[in-house]
Ligand binder design. Structure first.
Ligand SMILES: [Mg+2]
Length: 359
C-alpha cells in the first residue's frame, strides 16, 4: 500500500498519575488523583485509569473526586518530575526522526515518512517507539499511525492505555464514516450541539453537506471541519516552533470559566515553562499568555519585564495578571491556555537590565 506520508502521534497514558505510580509502587493498581488539596477549590489535573472507573476525570473539582472515591490516593503535582520524564520521552522520539513536534508535556507528532531507522512500516516503528519509551521511563504511551496529523491524533486515543491504532490510507473513509464528530480535534460540546441541530452526528453525515452552511454556522472553523470529515489535513510537522519561545499549553476536556481553576492551570504551565528554561539554560523577559475561547477566537497577551523571571511564581503572577486584566476570562469560557517566555537568549548572553516596557 502507498503511504503518501507517514505520521505517528504519541500520547503518554495518564501521564502525571503514571509517573506517581511508577515512583510509588504502593500506588500501583490504585486510584491515584493528581491535583490540589480536596479541601480547597482545586481541581483534578490527571488521574490514573483506576480512578477513572469511579467517574473521576481531569478538570473535576478535587472535592468532588474525593466524594466519588474517598479511598483514592490524592497527590500534589510534582511538575519537575513530570517535566523531566517529558524531556526524556521527547529526546527518545528525536532518535527516530528530527521531525518531532511537541504539542504538550505528554504529546507529540512525528513525521516518519523518512526515518532514521529507514523502516518502511510505520506501525512497526510505532511499536518500537512505545517499547523504547517504556524501557527507559517505565511509562506507557499510546500511538496513532496515519497518513496525516489529525487522523494520527484520533487514532492514538482509540485504545488507551498502551494502545497502537493504525489508519492506513485506504481505510481512511471507512474509519471516519461512523466516527462521531465529537472525536474530531477541536469539537467540544458546543460545536457538537450546533452540528447536532443540523443532524450531523458522524463524519460520514458531513460528507453530504456543502461547505457553505458549515461556514455560516461555525465560521472558518466550519471549513476545517468539512475537510477533516473527509480525511484531509495537509499540515506539516513543525519541529522548530519553540525555538525563540519556550511554551506549554493545554486544551481542556471542557470549556472553563472558573477563574480560580484557570489560575491553577497557569501555575502548572508556569512551573513547566520555568523548569524547561532552567534545564536548557535559557532566559527571556517576555511572558506570553495565549487564550483560546470556546468559540475558537484566539488571543495572545504579553508583558515584558526588566529582567528574566527568577522563579515560576513570578511567571505565574504575571500570567494571572494578564488573564485578569487583558482577557475575557470569567465571562467567556476558555478551551485552551498557553504560557510561554519569548525573546529567548542563552543565560550567558543575557543583556543587562533594560527599562521596563509594557504592551
Ligand atoms: Mg496523555
Amino acid at each position: 500500500m502507498i503511504w503518501p506520508k507517514k505520521f505517528i502521534h504519541i500520547d503518554m497514558d495518564a501521564f502525571f498519575a503514571a509517573v506517581e505510580q511508577r515512583d510509588h509502587p504502593e500506588y500501583r493498581g490504585k486510584p491515584v488523583i493528581v491535583g490540589g488539596d480536596p479541601r480547597s477549590r482545586s481541581v483534578v489535573s490527571t488521574c490514573s485509569y483506576e480512578a477513572r472507573v469511579f467517574g473521576i476525570h481531569s478538570a473535576m473539582p478535587t472535592a468532588q473526586a474525593k466524594r466519588l472515591c474517598p479511598q483514592g490516593i490524592f497527590v500534589h503535582p510534582h511538575f519537575e518530575k513530570y517535566s523531566e520524564a517529558s524531556r526524556t520521552v521527547m529526546s527518545i522520539l528525536r532518535t527516530y526522526t528530527p521531525l518531532v513536534e511537541q504539542v504538550s508535556m505528554d504529546e507529540a507528532y512525528l513525521d516518519v515518512t523518512e526515518n532514521l531507522l529507514k523502516l518502511e512500516d510505520p506501525v512497526a516503528l510505532a511499536g518500537l517507539i512505545k517499547q523504547h519509551i517504556f524501557a527507559v521511563t517505565r511509562l506507557t504511551a499510546s500511538a496513532g499511525v496515519a497518513p496525516n496529523m489529525f487522523l494520527a491524533k484520533i487514532a492514538s486515543d482509540m485504545k488507551k492505555p498502551n494502545g497502537l491504532t493504525e489508519v492506513p490510507p485506504d481505510k481512511v473513509l471507512e474509519f471516519l464514516k461512523d466516527l462521531p464528530v465529537r472525536k474530531l480535534p477541536g469539537v467540544g460540546p458546543k460545536t457538537e450541539a450546533i452540528l447536532g441541530r443540523m443532524k450531523l452526528k458522524t463524519c460520514g453525515d458531513l460528507w453530504g453537506v456543502e461547505v457553505r452552511p458549515l461556514y455560516e454556522k461555525l465560521g472558518k472553523w466550519g471549513k476545517g471541519l468539512y475537510r477533516m470529515a473527509r480525511g484531509e489535513d495537509d499540515r506539516e510537522v513543525n519541529p522548530h516552533w519553540e525555538r525563540t519561545q519556550l511554551s506549554a499549553e493545554e486544551t481542556f476536556p471542557r470549556d472553563m470559566t472558573e477563574i480560580s481553576w484557570l489560575r491553577g492551570k497557569l501555575a502548572e504551565l508556569a512551573a513547566h515553562v520555568f523548569h524547561d528554561l532552567q534545564q536548557e539554560g535559557r532566559a527571556g523577559r517576555t511572558v506570553v499568555l495565549k487564550v483560546k475561547y470556546h468559540d475558537f477566537e484566539q488571543i495572545t497577551r504579553s508583558q515584558t519585564l526588566s529582567a528574566p523571571p527568577q522563579d515560576w511564581q513570578t511567571i505565574h503572577e504575571i500570567a494571572c495578571d494578564l488573564l485578569g486584566k487583558k482577557t475575557s476570562a470569567g465571562k467567556k469560557a476558555i478551551r485552551l491556555l498557553g504560557l510561554g517566555i519569548s525573546g529567548l537568549t542563552s543565560k550567558e548572553a543575557q543583556p543587562g537590565p533594560v527599562q521596563k516596557e509594557l504592551f
